[in-house]
Design a binder for this molecule. Structure first.
Ligand SMILES: NC(=O)c1ccc[n+]([C@@H]2O[C@H](COP(=O)([O-])OP(=O)(O)OC[C@H]3O[C@@H](n4cnc5c(N)ncnc54)[C@H](O)[C@@H]3O)[C@@H](O)[C@H]2O)c1
Length: 284
């Protein structure tokens, strides 16, 4: 695999593009909107520069990585001849299916199509393809350049060769893979979301402040980050979409609390908008 297309350059896509570039891929980053494309591009370039500052990338490798990065607003142009398509667009089944169906028309014969969905069915995303065996879940974690885990999710029709290619890719990126069957929320989101939702219900009930609930898990259970801080990092809108999906698919324990809906309606989506369960003053 040499040529990758990364669809959506938001929180996750920009990190995925960065680690692929650092691993030597030629990467086409795609956003539908020109303004978002430009800000996604800057995120990727900023991430690469930060990696170089930290000594993870030599000056020559930084230059080479920049040279292998292209951006476009056109699905076809992004995916033409690609060996790997990773999508990190909005958590919406129809949008992901449409994107993969369009990508499949122009990718290389051996290419795989990986979705970074946190909760949707890989089997269903792949059902829009001529060759559903090429579709696999590659669930990265936030922030992508830092987090070690990638959940490789095997859909009902995913080929063994596709799973093997995804696992090889994870290794090439210097990360660790676990392989999970296609079931709602996989292994990580299913456990992570339930903790986050319960913490929100505790805030609603006035059990303790967000700071103290987070500290309970950080100091008492050695979690590196409490569930509310983590929700702010992931994005409240993203977590709401996942919770709604798991509520429908798995059961009542995933019903999103009102506080989550209220904050999302108010545009308090977490770090990315400057406020969520905590406030984030703009960086100077
Ligand atoms: N945020 C997390 O911590 C996290 C972790 C793991 C997986 N995910 C999953 O990754 C995906 C993206 O999440 P995110 O947090 O990066 O969201 P985000 O909102 O930060 O980024 C999504 C980007 O995709 C773009 N986009 C939307 N529709 C598009 C389309 N049709 N074509 C091209 N670009 C399009 C948007 O403009 C936006 O920039 C979701 O499926 C989410 O569930 C998120």
């Amino acid at each position: 695999m040499e040529r990758a297309a990364v669809m959506g350059l938001g929180t996750m896509g920009s990190g995925i593009a960065q680690v692929l570039l650092q691993a030597g891929f030629t990467v086409s980053g795609m956003e539908e909107d020109a303004g978002r494309l430009e800000s996604g591009k800057q995120k990727v370039l900023g991430g690469l520069a930060k990696a170089a500052e930290k000594g993870k990338l030599s000056a020559a490798d930084l230059e080479a990585a920049r040279g292998r990065f292209r951006t476009t607003t056109d699905v076809r142009a992004a995916c033409e001849g690609a060996d790997l398509v990773v999508e990190a667009i909005v958590e919406d089944m129809g949008a992901k299916q449409r994107l993969f169906a369009a990508a499949e028309k122009v990718i290389s014969e051996r290419a795989i199509l990986a979705t970074n969905t946190s909760s949707l069915s890989i089997t269903q995303v792949g059902s829009a393809l001529q060759k559903p065996g090429r579709c696999v879940g590659m669930h990265f974690f936030n922030p992508v350049p830092v987090m070690q885990l990638v959940e490789v999710v095997r859909g009902e029709r995913t080929d063994d060769a596709t799973v093997a290619a995804a696992k090889d890719l994870v290794k090439r990126l210097g990360k660790e893979a676990i392989v999970v069957r296609d079931s709602p929320g996989f292994a990580s989101s299913r456990l992570g979301i339930i903790l986050g939702l319960e913490a929100m219900r505790m805030v609603e009930e006035g059990v303790a402040s967000p700071e103290d609930i987070d500290r309970a898990m950080e100091l008492g259970y050695r979690h590196p980050m409490g569930p509310l801080k983590l929700t702010d990092l992931v994005g409240l809108d993203v977590r709401l979409a996942i919770a709604d999906h798991l509520w429908r698919e798995v059961g009542e324990q995933f019903r999103p609390p009102q506080i989550l809906r209220r904050l999302v309606r108010a545009g308090k989506l977490g770090r990315k908008t400057g406020a969520g369960f905590y406030e984030y003053p703009p960086e100077k």
